[in-house]
Design a protein around this ligand. Structure first.
Ligand SMILES: Cc1ncc(C[n+]2csc(CCOP(=O)(O)OP(=O)(O)O)c2C)c(N)n1
Length: 325
């Protein structure tokens, strides 16, 4: 069933939440409030939100180094996210994960990952667990076009297809792997076409169209829940900002970012909603105000949260000491 008015408005608010979180995080990083290294998903919101809108709350998501949007779209609380990005003890990983090792199992977000395509091989493991437990859940793994050229992508898709596991592989093709163009690094051009080699459905779509993303994901999820196995979705999108904060982007011209702004997924859905009489300027302003208030509350919470204590370095660790057995 196509999304109803409430679900469409939720997708609009969801994309706006991701966009404004990312923009605020960039600002906080530039001002030295957030430590470390930062990749954001400004411009790519329709992929995270369209995919997660087709999932159940108990479904799982495996993410990437560009993972804030996936967590927000999966329903992660902004306070826990923001405190984590600050490296604070009240963060969702007690300040030990930060941007690239975020995880929030309470919403099925099994983790961002600094290792490209790692989610592609973790997903069959999660899928196998789902299959054994007969829980009817599904696991989505997000990855970039660059990651699709690494071995784990092929290993993961092969195993998930071979064992008919409930996995949805979602490639966010933003045309670049850092500064390497997709066209210069990807044999055959199409990542979706690789699905045929593993005997599973593969679909290439406009990743700036949240409804197209939702529809394709809903199909893939239905197939996975039926027990028919994995699917591969390639969502074409545009990252508006540098690969990382501070990236001078000498490898690309301004035209691509302008194209991204012209095809802005949020403005596009807003136009559709306005045409159907579901949104007007006053309503849009109200939604924005609510999102901004939520983000500012999360920032205030992160600022006020304590840093982890030195002895916290010795908790949350997994270590096996055979001499203790
Ligand atoms: C195994 C591995 N190799 C190299 C890197 C360094 N690296 C970090 S991001 C990146 C490019 C990723 O491109 P893509 O998968 O398309 O994702 P995007 O950054 O475009 O979201 C690279 C090469 C890494 N993190 N992991």
């Amino acid at each position: 069933m196509p999304p109803g008015p409430d679900q469409l408005l939720q997708m609009y608010a969801g994309m706006l939440r991701v966009r404004l979180v990312e923009e605020r995080v960039r600002e906080l990083f530039a001002n030295g409030r957030i430590p470390g290294f930062l990749h954001t998903s400004v411009g790519q919101e329709a992929v995270a939100v369209g995919v997660c809108a087709a999932l159940r709350p108990d479904d799982y998501v495996l993410s990437t180094h560009r993972g804030h949007g996936h967590l927000v779209a999966k329903g992660g609380a902004l306070r826990g996210l923001m405190a984590e990005l600050y490296g604070k003890a009240n963060g969702v990983c007690h300040g030990k994960g930060g941007t690239m090792h975020l995880a929030d199992a309470s919403v099925g977000y099994l983790g961002a990952n600094g290792v490209l395509a790692a989610g592609c091989v973790l997903a069959p493991g999660v899928g196998l667990s789902i299959k054994h437990r007969k829980s009817g859940q599904v696991v989505v793994t997000f990855f970039g076009d660059g990651a699709a050229n690494r071995g784990p992508f092929h290993e993961g898709v092969n195993l998930a297809a071979l064992w008919t596991l409930p996995v949805v592989f979602v490639c966010e093709n933003n045309r670049w792997a850092s500064s390497t163009a997709h066209a210069l690094s990807t044999a055959g051009g199409s990542i979706a076409a690789r699905a045929a080699g593993y005997g599973i459905p593969g679909e290439s779509l406009d990743g700036n169209d949240v409804l197209a993303v939702w529809e394709a994901t809903a199909r893939a999820v239905e197939r996975a829940r039926r027990g028919d196995g994995p699917s591969l979705i390639e969502a074409h999108t545009i990252r508006w900002v540098g690969h990382f904060e501070g990236d001078g982007q000498a490898y690309r011209g301004k035209a691509e970012v302008e194209e991204g702004r012209r095809t802005d997924p949020i403005a596009r859905l807003a136009r559709g909603l306005e045409e159907r009489g579901l949104l007007d300027a006053a309503h849009a302003a109200l939604i924005r105000e609510g999102v901004v208030a939520e983000i500012e509350d999360a920032v205030a919470h992160a600022e006020a949260s304590p840093l982890p204590a030195p002895h916290d370095a010795l908790t949350d660790l997994f270590a096996y000491y055979p001499w203790r057995d």
